[in-house]
Every structure is written in C-alpha cells, then in structure tokens.
Design a protein around this ligand. Structure first.
Ligand code: FES
Length: 97
C-alpha cells in the first residue's frame, strides 16, 4: 500500500490524461500517480491489456508513459514537475526517421 510522507512541504500540479493531479516535490510521476490511485499507465503492445508499475526502479519498463509528447518515458524514473502533461502510452511507439 502506498502512503504519503506528510512532512514534505510544497505542492506540484501536473496533468494526467488532461486531469489535474497533485504531487509533492521529490515524487516521481509513478509515485504521484500511485498516490492518486492511478494504476493503468499504458496498454500492452501485444495484448492491449492495461499495464502499470511493477519494479519502481527502472528495470521492467512496465511504466512507460508519454510526457509532454515524448513517448517511452519511464514514469518511475522521471521526477514530476509542475505543469507537465502525462498521457497513457497506447500501442506501439512511433519512431521518427
Ligand atoms: S516500474 Fe519498472 S521500470 Fe518503471
């Protein structure tokens, strides 16, 4: 179970799927979304099933999201910042050639 540390001051607001989410300085995108009870971060490219955080340490790549239009960002390794826009990653990644 995820719980917040109450003695961290400050507040950050970012968007997830266009909806505001409140976080604290030092949160990662994944920890902030977990604290907001958001578990579905991407869809499996193979099956389309929902995926979310698994390792929380950058090893499994189950937490890939789109941040400010950039795909394949690891939510568990990315510090949250005020005003960023995070979206679920759906389907395969587009590669610019
Ligand atoms: S949860 Fe495993 S890499 Fe992010």
């Amino acid at each position: 179970m995820v719980s917040l540390i109450d003695d961290i001051e400050g507040q950050i607001t970012f968007l997830f799927e266009g909806q505001p989410v409140t976080a604290r300085p030092g949160d990662t995108v994944a920890s902030a979304l977990a604290a907001a009870n958001t578990r579905h971060l991407r869809d499996s490219v193979v099956s389309g099933e929902p995926r979310g955080v698994f390792c929380m340490m950058g090893a499994c790549f189950d937490c890939l999201v789109e941040i400010d239009g950039v795909q394949n960002r690891q939510a568990c390794m990315t510090p949250v910042a005020d005003g960023i826009s995070v979206k679920r990653q759906r389907g395969g990644v587009e590669v610019a050639l």
